[in-house]
Design a protein around this ligand. Structure first.
Ligand code: PRT
Ligand code: MG
Length: 217
């Protein structure tokens, strides 16, 4: 049995066409069912639904053989012990710094002010501001980062942006783009060896089905 860990929502939705390319069809709709283990049309393949941030943990410890997870989540988790064969180019967005439209970020940075930065992505934020030589106090949040600058909790946030409409609706502006984000296939290293005959064809099928594969460097 091969177990694939996915999170509900955009990752599940955007992984479905890749699974279809591998001949795998998930037999239940996670938005309608309360089941956490979903069967597929292949008796040897099942999908487990976990929180997006838990996908790397499930795969690292073998609760799932493979998973699909955002680069953001992977960097924060550390990615240790995970084989990462493919950038699937799905669930694309970017990691950015945003502030209130009336906050002068450029001059705060120029003056060497200490910035209060609220984020769920503390590892990415720490590394980014350190590389710029900007001093920051990081405030860890688990959601609704957009609220932090509006309430005076923070000067800036580090968050994911796709269309930009969430920032706009909250009168925030993007002042830095930290990195592009997409989702990757992650594989448990032991499973890759022990279940190679089942897993490798899946990796190959996913690989062929990727739309706009990244240019090799
Ligand atoms: O929602 P939950 O707390 O359960 O977990 P999660 O937010 O970690 O999961 P989910 O499913 O929302 O995101 C899973 C992965 O999708 C992330 O780890 C990213 O790699 C990727 N992804 C792609 C995004 C977005 N686009 C995105 N726009 N994740 C989150 N967002 C959020 C963003 O945080 C912000 O609140 O959408 C809002 C901004 O969207 P726009 O379109 O208004 O700019
Ligand atoms: Mg979310």
């Amino acid at each position: 049995m091969i177990t694939l860990a996915l999170s509900k929502g955009r990752i599940f939705d955007e992984t479905l066409p890749l699974l279809a390319a591998a001949g795998i069809e998930v037999l239940e709709d996670p938005e309608k069912s309360r089941k956490l283990i979903l069967p597929t049309n292949q008796p040897g393949v099942r999908v487990v639904l976990v929180r997006a941030t838990d996908v790397p943990t499930y795969v690292e410890y073998g609760g799932a053989d493979l998973g699909v997870t955002g680069k953001d989540t992977l960097i924060e988790h550390g990615g240790q012990g995970l084989y990462q064969p493919l950038d699937l180019q799905i669930a694309q967005c970017r990691m950015s710094v945003a502030v209130r439209a009336d906050f002068d970020y450029a001059s705060a940075v120029r003056q060497g002010s200490r910035l209060k930065v609220a984020t769920k992505y503390t590892a990415i934020a720490r590394e980014f501001f350190a590389s710029k030589g900007v001093h920051v106090d990081l405030i860890k949040l688990y959601g609704s980062m957009e609220l932090a600058p509006l309430t005076g909790l923070a000067d800036a946030i580090v968050d994911l942006v796709s269309t930009g409409s969430t920032l706009k609706a909250n009168h925030l502006v993007e002042v830095e783009r930290i990195m592009d984000i997409s989702s990757r296939l992650v594989v448990n290293q032991a499973a890759l060896k022990l279940k190679q005959r089942a897993i490798q064809p899946l990796i190959d099928a996913f690989s062929k089905a990727i739309i706009n594969p990244p240019v090799p460097t």
